[in-house]
Write a protein that binds this ligand. Structure first.
Ligand code: GDP
Ligand code: MN
Length: 396
């Protein structure tokens, strides 16, 4: 699960990690009050208004703006809240901004002596270890740095028992070229960052930029955080951070029906049981000249209700030109799936796209008989190649 920048920062703060000071606003009036508060508390004269969406590249898309008075903060916020923000990471459709973070400008006293670093904690699957990845070349273009000068990005692997040693922290702070107070602050920052990562069962925390201010404070200016869905049951306060507005509505509906659904951009919808068979089926679709419109694993316990929910979800996608159902009856009985398909036809009404069904395994003959006698225009297939041929024919 992804969370917003302001939520990630609140987790960091709870672990003693210093962040750019700011508060969340949903209206222009709140933005003004926050700016006034930042002025009172820190003597801040300049404010940064940051759109809260689950995508990076906001700086480039106009989602990070400076304001020079509380009135201007209100003005900027009123334009930003409700806008559809398009960044290099949102795709062309963009995302609607519902909240803004109003923060104190931390690039104060001009640009001199300021340094923007990059730091993230993530799982390196090749090393089978967590790593701290960091660079002196932080800021907005870390992808370009990774591309053109990979030698500027360092990694510090963390050993299997998950212990980040003090000497590793000192190495990182030293490699970032810090001295004196900034060095000391950086070591505390890294310890806190790791603690926050572990305590919240995160799979990624990315701080870019990680700022050294002109007065040698070390601050998280941005925060991107991903939490492990499988751990949320033991963190109700983190689970509550879910923002359904940021998630694909069909994926949310699928989750509510206990279906594993991932929307893709092809034209053949597919409903399969088991992730492995689902992957193979997507390959099959590709080989027959189509492109999968989704990944959908109905799971081992597929029943008429889940099959119907699966059809509904697949049919919400206007790109779908055909549907391939590929179910292996191991735990699930094929005749129950067939009943589900027939029920779905009855309740959904007009399934106007061709549906190719391959049911193999327990009670497969019974299932085929049910479908063939249902009077529905369902195309049955027996083998993988047969199914591929029939998908190809349906697309033409
Ligand atoms: P992203 O573009 O979505 O990654 O959003 P960031 O939070 O990283 O902000 C983008 C850029 O805005 C940063 O790289 C900074 O250059 C700039 N920025 C962020 N906070 C401040 C600030 O307090 N003052 C100034 N002058 N610029 C800031
Ligand atoms: Mn950033």
């Amino acid at each position: 699960m992804n969370i917003h920048e302001y939520q990630g920062k609140s987790i960091l703060q709870a672990h003693g990690v210093p962040v750019q000071e700011g508060f969340i606003a949903e209206t222009a009036g709140q933005a003004k009050l926050i700016a006034e508060e930042l002025k009172k508390k820190f003597g801040a004269e300049i404010y940064v208004i940051k759109a809260q969406i689950h995508a990076g590249g906001r700086g480039k898309g106009g989602g990070v703006k400076i304001a020079r008075s509380p009135e201007e903060a209100a003005d900027v916020a009123s334009k930003m809240i409700g806008m559809t923000l398009v960044t290099p990471q949102t795709g062309p459709a963009g995302k609607v901004v519902r909240k803004v973070l109003v923060a104190r400008d931390v690039y104060y006293k001009g640009e001199s002596d300021i340094r923007e670093f990059y730091m993230s904690v993530l799982l390196d699957r090749k090393r089978s270890a967590y790593v701290i990845m960091y660079s002196t070349e932080g800021g907005m273009d870390i992808e370009e740095v990774a591309d053109k000068m990979p030698q500027a990005i360092f990694t510090e692997p963390i050993d299997a028992i998950g212990c980040l040693h003090d000497f590793q922290i000192r190495t990182i702070a030293f490699n970032l070229g810090l001295k004196g107070k900034a060095y000391k602050e950086m070591t505390l920052f890294i310890r806190g960052l790791w603690d926050a990562f572990v305590a919240s069962d995160a799979s990624l925390v990315e701080i870019n930029p990680l700022l050294k201010t002109s007065d040698d404070r070390i601050l998280a200016v941005d925060c991107k955080m991903t939490l492990d869905d499988n751990s949320l049951f033991r963190h109700p306060e983190l689970a509550a951070m879910r923002d359904l507005n940021e998630e694909d509505p069909t994926e949310v509906e699928a989750t509510n029906n206990n279906l594993n659904y991932v929307k893709l951009d092809g034209d053949v919808g597919c409903m399969v049981n088991g992730a492995g068979l689902a992957m193979a089926t997507m390959d099959l679709i590709q080989l027959s000249g189509g492109k999968p419109a989704n990944f959908l694993d109905v799971g081992g316990g597929a029943n008429p209700k889940t099959v119907e929910a699966g059809f509904r979800i697949i049919l919400k996608d206007p790109n779908v030109k055909a549907i391939l159902v590929n179910i292996f009856g191991g735990i699930v009985r094929c005749d129950r799936v067939a009943t589900g398909i027939i029920e779905a036809y009855k309740t959904i009404g007009d399934i106007s796209v061709p549906v190719i069904v391959r049911l193999q395994g327990t009670n497969a003959t019974e299932a085929k008989r049910l479908i063939d006698h249902s009077g529905l225009k369902v195309i049955t297939a027996s083998t993988f190649t047969d199914a591929a041929e029939k998908v190809r024919a349906a697309l033409n």
